[in-house]
Design a binder for this molecule. Structure first.
Ligand SMILES: Cc1cc2nc3c(=O)[nH]c(=O)nc-3n(C[C@H](O)[C@H](O)[C@H](O)COP(=O)(O)OP(=O)(O)OC[C@H]3O[C@@H](n4cnc5c(N)ncnc54)[C@H](O)[C@@H]3O)c2cc1C
Length: 334
């Protein structure tokens, strides 16, 4: 049979990693979801894939990541050297226009700040700072120390801004800071949703998140068969173990008949030479789609409030409930 039904599902992928190898593998997985080319993932494919995305300017996939830096004055630096270097105020002023893409929190000591952003935000912030060589090089050296594959330009250079030091805030520390002080919205949480195209369209309205989604332009379902999300009214006729619909159920047979017809038209259009991106016009809203969504706690809290609600569509509510359960497991409640 060329048409199958599956149920919606959620995979919580945890915090965007603070270690480069794992971070690159996550970005690769998200990126390959768009083309359904996960079978090309190997032990050492991630770096090459992510650098290819970076060099092609396909930066939205690089958003499924997070680098949190702690920038603080080095108490060991003599006062005379400190006055010669860039001040905290100059640094903050230089970053002002980019703050929409970062999270910035002053340290309680008043001697520095925490600055979080995904790979894309940092790449574009460095570009923004390229006229301000001192500040640019200082941040680049810090980033390159922890993420040398993404920021290779930094390697081998001596730090020029000696009065500040940069350290990396690990995932565990980010989570601890968020739990003790919920306004420190530092970690990025990544979820993989399997749902229908109607629901992905609702999820991507949440603009504060980053998304990568299976592409109906590039995936050729003629080769793979068509997978649809199970409509609720077929729950009773669905066998969870086999993924089969009961053939004697009249409603299930009607659904299968309709779906097979649509898939047949799709196949006919491909056969007469249309590309998948055009043949997709006949594909239904129920088409199964995979979607990665990444964002901070404030965004997910808002998502849960809007979508785990009686007013929401039952299938996005199902996703939101799972997201809520994940955060409750971490001790974070809306
Ligand atoms: C029950 C329900 C019914 C809906 N019905 C419809 C409908 O009929 N038609 C329709 O088009 N949509 C509909 N939507 C979608 C809805 O309008 C929002 O697009 C979606 O819920 C995302 O919400 P948001 O904009 O608050 O979230 P996000 O985009 O994630 O934004 C989160 C927060 O960021 C801030 N923010 C983000 N972007 C901006 C910005 N550009 N300017 C200012 N502040 C910003 C705001 O503080 C916002 O609360 C519906 C949603 C729900 C839950």
């Amino acid at each position: 049979m060329s048409v199958r039904f599956v149920k919606s599902s959620v995979t919580a992928c945890g915090l965007a990693p603070s270690e480069e190898g794992r971070a690159l593998r996550l970005v690769e997985l998200c990126g390959r979801t768009a083309y359904k080319s996960e079978d090309k993932i190997t032990g050492d494919s991630a770096k090459k894939f992510v650098l290819m995305l970076k060099s092609h300017g396909h930066l939205s996939v690089l958003e499924h990541s997070n680098i949190v830096l702690r920038v603080e004055k080095d108490p060991a630096t003599p006062q005379s050297a400190q006055s010669a270097s860039i001040s905290l105020d100059v640094m903050l002023e230089a970053l002002r226009e980019r703050l929409g893409f970062h999270r910035l929190y002053p340290l309680d000591s008043g001697n520095g700040f925490l600055l979080a952003g995904n790979f894309r935000a940092w790449v574009e912030t460095l570009d923004h700072l390229k006229e301000r060589a001192e500040m640019h090089d200082f941040l680049l050296q810090g980033l390159g120390r922890f993420f040398p594959a993404i920021f290779p330009e930094a390697s081998g250079r001596e730090p020029r801004e000696a009065s500040f030091r940069i350290s990396l805030v690990s995932e565990d520390e980010q989570l601890e800071l968020l739990k003790t002080s919920p306004s420190l919205d530092l970690p990025v949480f990544v979820f993989r949703f399997v749902c229908d195209r109607g629901i992905t369209h609702e999820v991507v309205r949440h603009r504060v998140f980053s998304f990568t989604q299976e592409s109906t332009r590039y995936v050729n379902y003629g080769n793979k068969g068509m997978v649809l999300i199970l409509p609720e009214e077929l729950n009773g006729a669905y066998d969870d173990a086999t993924g089969e619909l009961a053939p004697q159920d009249p409603l299930a047979s009607k659904w299968l008949e309709r779906a097979e017809l649509l898939f047949e038209w799709y196949g006919e259009d491909l056969a007469r030479g249309l590309r998948p991106e055009i043949a997709r016009d006949i594909l239904p809203n129920l088409l199964k789609s995979e979607l990665f969504a990444s964002g901070r706690w404030s965004g997910w809290k808002h998502f849960i409030r809007l979508r785990d609600s009686a007013q929401a569509h039952p299938r996005i509510r199902l996703l939101a409930k799972e997201v809520r359960t994940y955060f409750e497991g971490l001790g974070l409640r809306c």
